[in-house]
Design a protein around this ligand. Structure first.
Ligand code: NAD
Ligand code: UGA
Length: 321
């Protein structure tokens, strides 16, 4: 059995590969090392994955030939995508549609044509909800994205449900809520805040800082992803995955200041277009179906991420973005 991890050189993908190979699973990774953020960070992630049961293919899922990439694969963990809420406006939109919609459609077409379609676990996002009407938000709430990014992630999710309903492809979409931990992307809040605390270079703080997120530790996310790929979940399922807390950005800054022992120098900016005021998941469905629950507290997860950021700042691999 070979598991395919798309986006294997990225933040969540590389963490998933490490977890799967440590459990004796043979993994093929695919990544195009795109330049959404410094590709040398992705090279470092990939280099750290050296394991006899892991191979990496460099390919672009939105346009390259997929047959060799997908040959003999029984499960696809589809994490490749163009992330980032705030950067999805304007002229980069084509990158979002190619990575989040076209690449997903191509994997689904391949699965449809297979004698035994692989299970596909799709990395969806809390951003499909936008500013939800009810918190904690259940999967049955009406999606209403506030950013072009959220629109493309919702389109990918709809494609999964469509291929499940029409062709029986065993898909499951997991809606991740703001993920953090070691190797978090350099454009995301915690990496930027921790870096600022250590380097004393100011970081933008968007809006009042009172926006709330249901932050999720990456180790908890990869346990949910693996469980969804290994269980017999009904085709077309959509499940929230979140850390189960409600923390404002200002509270996060306080925790970081306690951990680092110094303030985070911030540069106050207007609220960013596309940023929602609050996310918060109802996670009863994933607990019922997979027995999954988050385990890592914000304080412990931030301490683990601080150790990684400290190392990355000291070896010069984490530039400001
Ligand atoms: P990331 O950018 O670190 O990882 C994505 C990887 O996919 C990158 O290494 C990139 O090079 C690769 N990629 C992009 N387009 C590709 C293509 N066409 N072909 C092959 N590879 C391609 O991002 P991440 O934070 O690890 O996110 C992983 C997935 O989870 C994304 O789909 C994202 O939308 C989703 N997600 C992330 C979060 C979060 O908080 N990080 C939350 C919700 C959903
Ligand atoms: C994150 C990911 O970036 C998306 O890819 C993902 O799909 C989304 O989570 C999700 O849950 O679906 P976001 O919640 O914006 O999006 O995560 P962060 O970049 O960590 O930002 C958290 C908060 O901090 C936001 O309100 C943001 O405005 C704020 N922030 C971020 C700052 O104030 N300053 C910064 O420098 C960065």
């Amino acid at each position: 059995m070979t598991a395919l991890v798309t986006g294997a050189a990225g933040f969540i993908g590389s963490t998933l590969v490490r977890s799967l190979t440590s459990r004796g699973i043979t993994v093929r990774g695919v990544d195009n090392f795109d330049s959404y953020y410094d590709p040398s960070l992705k090279e470092r992630n990939a280099a750290s994955l050296g394991h006899p049961d892991f191979t990496l293919v460099r390919a672009d899922l939105s346009k390259d030939r997929l047959e060799d990439v997908l040959e003999g694969v029984s499960v696809i963990y589809h994490l490749a995508g163009r992330p980032g809420v705030r950067g999805s406006w304007g002229r980069d939109f084509d990158f979002y549609t190619a990575a989040n919609i076209t690449a997903t459609q191509r994997l689904l077409e391949y699965a449809t044509a297979s004698a035994r379609p692989p299970r596909i676990v799709y990395a969806s996002s809390s951003s499909v909800y936008g500013d939800a009407e009810i918190y904690p938000t259940h999967e049955t709430a009406r999606p209403s994205p506030r950013s072009p990014y959220g629109v493309t992630k919702l389109a990918g999710e709809h494609l999964c449900s469509l291929y499940a309903a029409n062709f029986g492809v065993p898909t499951v979409a997991l809606r991740f809520f703001t993920v953090y931990g070691p190797r978090q992307r350099p454009d995301m809040a915690f990496t930027r805040f921790l870096r600022a605390a250590l380097t004393r270079e100011p970081v933008p703080l968007y809006g009042s800082g009172e926006q709330v997120r249901d932050f999720t530790y990456v180790g908890d996310i990869v346990r949910a992803i693996a469980a969804a790929g290994e269980a017999d979940v009904p085709a077309g399922s959509v499940l929230n995955v979140s850390g189960g807390g409600s923390h404002s950005v200002n509270e996060v800054l306080d925790v970081i200041e306690r951990l680092v022992g110094t303030n985070v120098p911030v540069d106050r900016r207007a609220r960013a277009d596309g940023d929602v005021m609050r996310t918060g998941a109802d996670t009863r469905s994933i607990t019922e179906l997979l027995g999954w629950r988050p385990r890592v507290s914000l304080e412990d997860g931030l301490a683990a991420q601080l150790a990684w950021v400290r190392e990355a700042v000291s070896n010069g691999s984490l530039a400001a973005v």
